[in-house]
Write a protein that binds this ligand. Structure first.
Ligand SMILES: Nc1ncnc2c1ncn2[C@@H]1O[C@H](COP(=O)(O)OP(=O)(O)OP(=O)(O)O)[C@@H](O)[C@H]1O
Length: 365
């Protein structure tokens, strides 16, 4: 990381933001706060229409806010009805779903464009652009125009253009969505290397959970303009705040039970129907007798073939390659299980199942 870049490094703070489009009475984001550390890679996931792109467009300066403020680095970038630094002066690189390439410029000219406004010598410019062209595999296409490229090729040009100037803040809205799986993985690796090398602050939107887990220092789950949970991918997968997050982020069995005894340190004894677990992780504030919602991921259940004991029956099974998905009936409770264990039991047979892990939160049900 060079000194110039270190000086420009940007944190991002959003306070009490509210926005709605002029043709709509609905607020897309309201009372929205977000703080991103300088150099952090934040991935935003959420269902279609929850406000992810709007948030990125606001930060880039393409959409106006009605309330609140956006601070990029030490500068106030936008306030309601007041300050609005134009997009090109925000030192922000962006890749949006629509590639927004200049149609009258070649690939090479598109990629060179962000460097025109920065203080680079002609030689530095040439080196950086050539490097970006190589990195994104665009050597053969560099003299073509955007209209002569496929969707995936245009997306790579948009990525190269966003990264070439090493902006201190990068906004990326599903930047890899039109690439095939192999290329997507390769560019994900490139993004991680780039992030390690010059540590820009990144806000990245994706629908792909694997991509989110791979890239994120911190993950933000958004729904209807509200942050449902922010945390490491591990925390969000293992300890979801609510039912929405648990279901949005991977498959989950969701059951209702009660606390038999909270032993502290996150260990708790939980009853669900006739079953009692003694290894369930819970919110620390739960007390005996309290109703809880219990989340059990399919991979948190172990199934065994035992002659002496059984407590469940197989109702369906599907071989998935690296693992097998089972539907089980666990003494009246339907349960989905994924396991890498090979068992000889078939649909209708009895097996013994053991819940290895579960996460419970308070519920009023
Ligand atoms: N230009 C616009 N005019 C009016 N409404 C808009 C406009 N752009 C977005 N919206 C609305 O704002 C809400 C949030 O849209 P946004 O594009 O931010 O969602 P998103 O989470 O990025 O969705 P997706 O994952 O489908 O891209 C939606 O209800 C959408 O219909």
């Amino acid at each position: 990381m060079n000194a110039d870049f270190r000086e420009r490094q940007q944190a991002l703070t959003i306070r009490k933001l509210a926005v709605r489009y002029s043709n709509s009475s609905q607020w897309v984001l309201q009372d929205f706060d977000l703080a991103v550390r300088s150099g952090e890679f934040v991935v935003i996931i959420g269902p279609s229409g929850c406000g992810k792109s709007t948030l990125l467009r606001l930060i880039a300066g393409f959409t106006q806010l009605q309330q609140g403020e956006i601070v990029i680095g030490k500068r106030i970038a936008a306030t309601a009805g007041g300050v609005c630094i134009p997009p090109e002066e925000r030192d922000v690189g962006f890749v949006f779903q629509s590639y927004a390439l200049w149609p009258h410029m070649t690939v090479k000219a598109n990629i060179t464009f962000p460097l025109e406004q920065k203080r680079f010598t002609a030689l530095q410019r040439e080196q950086r652009v050539d490097e970006a062209i190589m990195k994104f595999g665009l050597q053969e296409h560099q003299h073509r125009y955007p209209a002569e490229l496929s969707g995936g090729q245009r997306q790579r040009v948009a990525l190269a253009r966003a990264l070439v100037g090493q902006p201190a803040l990068l906004l990326m809205d599903e930047p890899l969505s039109s690439l095939d799986v192999a290329l997507r993985k390769r560019i994900q690796d490139e993004l991680l290397i780039m992030h390690k090398e010059w540590q820009p602050t990144v806000l990245y939107v994706t629908h792909d959970q694997d991509e989110a887990v791979k890239l994120a220092d911190r993950l933000i789950v958004l729904n209807e303009g509200k942050i449902q949970q922010a945390g490491t991918p591990y925390d969000i997968f293992h300890s979801p705040n609510n039912s929405f997050v648990a279901n949005f982020f991977g498959e989950v069995n969701e059951l209702v039970g009660s606390v038999v005894e909270n032993q502290g340190n996150g260990l708790c004894c939980i009853r669900i129907g006739d079953h009692i677990f003694i290894l369930a992780r819970t919110q620390s504030s739960l007390t005996s007798g309290e109703r809880v919602r219990v989340f059990i991921r399919p991979s948190w259940v172990d199934i065994q073939e035992r002659e002496d004991m059984s407590n469940a029956r197989i109702t369906d099974s599907r071989f998935m390659g690296a693992y097998t998905d089972y539907s089980l009936e666990w003494q009246g409770i339907p349960l989905r299980v994924s396991t890498q264990n090979t068992i000889s039991k078939r649909v209708g047979d009895s097996i013994f199942l053991k819940v290895k892990d579960a996460w419970s939160i308070k519920t009023s049900e």
